[in-house]
Design a protein around this ligand. Structure first.
Ligand code: NAD
Ligand code: ISE
Length: 337
């Protein structure tokens, strides 16, 4: 079976997903696209043989669309996801699921009323081979009970439109999801420390930040978010347990011996760092839609992430340790995070 997909938002990641759905994945065809910039939708649509429609609603209701992929700006996600659920169509939504916890819960309620999983959220790190290997080591008890985790999320630079709050909402959100999943443990508080600022960022931006999380089982996670680090896109994670420590393996790079030095390039772009994870994430989503067994990061994970990022934004403003208050997880979403 070929799953016919409609894509809403043909910007950076939307067009990249259209490329992988068309040229990398099997069993998928992008049949319709849309963007509030119609010229952009028309250009991407014609490149990949998809019709460019005027609105997201038209894409969702289109008879030749079996499933929807939402890759527009965050504040627009909730309405599109709710419309897809109302049509009974599976929907893959890039993070964030919604920008408010209330909207996330409306989505959860709509999915519960539908009675089976329709929503998957684009937390692609769960599909990264390195994170999977790290989780396997932790789950197998190789380092004993986890006690502490040290993480770093570094981008070479960000545009001027990037705000201090986005360090948590847009960037740390990936660690929030992946650490919940990796430790199978819920985050219960957040604090944000503000070190000396780099002189290489904009006046309005607090960069770097150190985000501290505590989990229900008492694990402490420290995360450096440094989005103007200059040197590259660099993701680190080490879990320290009672009997040892396990680290996220770095993607293979060719070590060079040149000009009297041993060197290795540092990746510059998140697309390159996680390309295989995105490919696997989207292929597994397509397969799950075909098999009518949507899985992966759920609407509940999207809701939890938004509650935690809200607490992070409050913590940045106040400097205090802010408790996270997530509602009880419905049995519908299973026991594992
Ligand atoms: P972008 O600005 O490059 O693309 C977004 C596109 O959506 C733009 O072309 C814009 O015109 C369009 N758009 C905005 N509102 C719309 C609406 N109401 N209807 C239809 N189209 C609309 O942004 P991006 O970097 O591609 O990010 C898109 C989303 O993907 C964001 O939510 C972002 O957080 C997420 N994202 C996720 C990852 C990841 O690693 N999983 C990486 C990058 C971006
Ligand atoms: C961006 O929106 C992403 O989602 C990338 O994966 C992340 O690394 C980057 O920091 C975000 O700005």
């Amino acid at each position: 079976m070929t799953v016919r997909i409609g894509v809403i938002g043909t910007g950076n990641i939307g067009s990249d997903h259209i490329r992988r759905l068309t040229r990398v994945c099997t069993g998928a065809q992008v049949t319709a696209v849309t963007d509030i910039d119609p010229a952009r939708a028309a250009e991407v649509g014609s490149e990949y043989g998809a019709r460019a429609l005027a609105t997201g609603a038209e894409v969702i209701r289109d008879a030749e669309v079996d499933a929807v992929l939402v890759a527009s700006w965050g504040p627009t996600h909730a309405d599109y996801v709710l419309e897809a659920i109302a049509e009974g169509k599976p929907v893959f939504c890039e993070k964030p699921l919604a920008t408010t916890a209330e909207d996330c819960l409306r989505i959860v309620d709509a999915e519960l009323a539908h009675g089976s999983r329709l929503v998957q959220v684009g937390f692609m790190r769960r599909y990264d081979a390195g994170y999977r290997a790290l989780k396997q080591a932790v789950d197998a008890g190789r380092i004993g009970t986890p006690l502490i985790a040290h993480c770093a999320h570094r981008n070479p630079s960000v545009p001027e439109s990037y705000t201090s709050e986005m360090a948590v909402q847009d960037t740390a959100v990936h660690e929030i999801d992946v650490m919940r999943w990796l430790l199978d443990d819920e985050i219960i508080s957040v604090q944000v420390l503000t070190p000396r600022r780099t002189g290489r960022a904009f006046e309005h931006l607090q960069d770097p930040q150190i985000v501290l999380f505590e989990t229900a089982n008492g694990v402490r996670i420290d995360l450096e978010v440094f989005v103007n680090c200059r040197f590259g896109y660099d993701i680190r994670c080490q879990v320290v347990g009672e009997d040892g420590a396990a680290s996220l393996p770095q993607p293979a790079q060719v070590p060079l011996l040149v000009e009297g030095r041993e060197q290795q390039d540092v990746l510059q772009d998140w697309r390159d760092r996680f390309v295989q994870a995105y490919d696997r994430e989207i292929q597994e989503w397509v397969d799950s839609v075909a098999a009518k067994t949507v899985g992966g990061p759920s609407a509940w994970d999207g809701y939890a992430a938004t509650v935690i990022t809200d607490a992070g934004v409050e913590a940045l403003a106040s400097g205090a340790i802010v408790p996270v208050s997530i509602k009880d997880r419905p049995a519908f979403y299973g026991a594992d995070l």
